[in-house]
Ligand binder design. Structure first.
Ligand code: FES
Length: 170
């Protein structure tokens, strides 16, 4: 009698995607009461752990949740917050949603671009910052909003930008 083949979860081992990170993500998923309707929360966690959500991580999540990889990819590519490419050490997300836009988000974004010498979706030469423009992050009362990684900065003025960036240059 042949033993059934074990269908394991793919855990590629290379420097960028170390096994420990998959373990951390797996623990997070296993610790959830239910994974139903939690795909976005899981992807947020994945991006937090890996810094981005490459294909191997999407497949890992898909297999853990028993859903098609294409479905996970669809969600990752729909939300501009998620990235499939390695970014900088810190991701600056400048909200360009309506509330932020009418309160001058465009000027803030332009000022950040100029200070870092990069465009949206770019990464600084030293790899310290990646810049993204994103849609509403749900903190409209604080518009205009800039996020650095998971930290939200509200009512940002152009003159605040240097201080914000310097916090991450230490
Ligand atoms: S529009 Fe920027 S937080 Fe809602």
């Amino acid at each position: 009698m042949t033993r059934p083949r074990e269908i394991g979860v793919v855990k590629p081992e290379n420097e960028e995607l170390p096994k420990e990170k998959f373990d951390e993500l797996e623990q997070f998923i296993d610790g959830m009461k239910t994974t139903k309707g939690e795909l976005i929360a899981i992807l947020h966690k994945a991006q937090h752990i890996f810094g981005y959500i490459p294909r191997d991580v999407q497949l890992f999540v898909a297999r853990k949740l028993g859903m098609p990889g294409a479905e996970v990819y669809g969600v990752v590519s729909f939300y501009s917050y998620f990235s499939t490419q390695p970014g900088g050490k810190h991701t600056i997300s400048c909200c360009m949603g309506t509330a932020c836009y009418v309160r001058g988000a465009n000027k803030i974004l332009e000022a950040i671009k100029e200070k870092l010498g990069i465009e949206s979706n770019g990464v600084t030469e030293d790899g310290l910052f990646a810049l993204k423009d994103i849609r509403c992050v749900g903190a409209c009362g604080l518009a205009p909003v800039v996020m650095v990684d998971d930290k939200i900065y509200g009512r940002v003025k152009e003159e605040d930008i240097d201080n914000i960036l310097n916090e991450y240059r230490k």
